[in-house]
Structure formats: structure tokens, C-alpha cells
Unconditional design. Structure first.
Length: 94
């Protein structure tokens, strides 16, 4: 359909104990996790993962994924994704 778009996400542990997590859990035809993060994340450490958007059709596409963790203040993060794809006809002069 077109070019893939990759976005890198960072999970940062600002706490003083290791942060363990599961995920991201992503079920989508157009979005996929193409590089996984490492768990646990040491105190003051970080890890990264990558989500790739590979459009299969024109229009708006949405998905969400969640990351469960052992942080007592924020145990589950849910991230909403959206992308729009439009095909331009290079021969159309209007």
C-alpha cells in the first residue's frame, strides 16, 4: 500500500527499584511491534521498543496497546494509536 512508518517508544524507570512489565500487547492488522523492550528495567534505566505502521488501505486506522507493570502508582499504561492514509493520483490535475 505504501511506506511503513516506524515509531520508537521509551520506557523509563525513574524509581529506585527494578521495573518489570509485560507487553506491549498489540493486536492489529496495520500496527505491529517490530522491536521489543527488555524487562526488567533497572532503577534509573530505560528500554525501547518500536511500533511499525504498515497500511493496508486508505483512510483512518486506529489501534491501542497496553503495558502492565509493577509500578504501584501506574500499574497499566494504555496507548492509543491512529494513522491516516491517503493515496494521491499523480496524474490527476484537479
Amino acid at each position: 500500500m505504501g511506506n511503513d512508518v516506524k515509531v520508537e517508544f521509551t520506557i523509563e524507570n525513574t524509581g529506585s527499584t527494578p521495573l518489570t512489565f509485560t507487553g506491549p500487547n498489540l493486536a492489529s492488522a496495520d500496527f505491529s511491534v517490530t522491536s521489543s523492550a527488555s524487562s526488567p528495567v533497572s532503577a534509573s534505566g530505560s528500554t525501547k521498543f518500536e511500533v511499525t505502521f504498515s497500511p493496508s488501505s486508505n483512510g483512518l486506522t486506529t489501534a491501542s496497546f497496553s503495558i502492565s507493570n509493577n509500578d504501584l502508582n501506574e500499574s497499566t499504561y494504555t496507548i492509543n494509536l491512529s494513522a491516516s492514509v491517503y493515496t494521491v493520483d499523480e496524474n490527476d490535475s484537479t
